[in-house]
Design a protein around this ligand. Sequence first.
Ligand code: COA
Length: 145
Amino acid sequence: MTLRDAVIGDIDALMAIERASFSVPWSEGSVFREIGADDGIFLVAERESRVVGFAIARLTVPDAELLNLAVEPQSRGFGVASELLREILARLETRGVTAVYLEVRQSNDAARRLYERHAFESVGRRRRYYDEPTEDAIVMRREIL
Ligand SMILES: CC(C)(COP(=O)(O)OP(=O)(O)OC[C@H]1O[C@@H](n2cnc3c(N)ncnc32)[C@H](O)[C@@H]1OP(=O)(O)O)[C@@H](O)C(=O)NCCC(=O)NCCS
């Protein structure tokens, strides 16, 4: 598996993963805007020249927010998200970030376990943050030392 920066040519593969992963997917325009953004990091994971997952962070140094993370359904459970997370955290560190925040659906056990394994801690809750279904978000935070 290789990790690299997202490019415009990835948009169809990214949207297919986004739509397969979320009940309220980001629009194509929203994904497009994050590609090559100065204040962000947009990584894709590629296996045999196929995009299988991606991660997006936005920087407001010294903080950053993990905005989106998804792996195509058939490639889950093989450590793709862990690799994306490891690399994005390393890159954030080189850009002076000391704390990373994210929001996750309360019921999203796979994602919450993943984040906990990567040393994120729950620090808050946003009530009724998500639609379809309506659900609280858990706010998680990890320091980069
Ligand atoms: C959450 C998500 C990104 C995780 O992606 P993933 O690539 O499956 O994650 P990983 O493989 O790194 O870790 C997931 C599990 O696979 C296991 N795993 C890791 N490497 C493995 C391997 N080589 N063989 C078998 N299992 C493995 C991990 O131990 C982990 O197991 P656990 O959750 O039971 O403890 C993915 O499920 C997804 O895209 N979900 C929909 C979108 C989403 O919810 N995104 C997060 C929004 S906040």
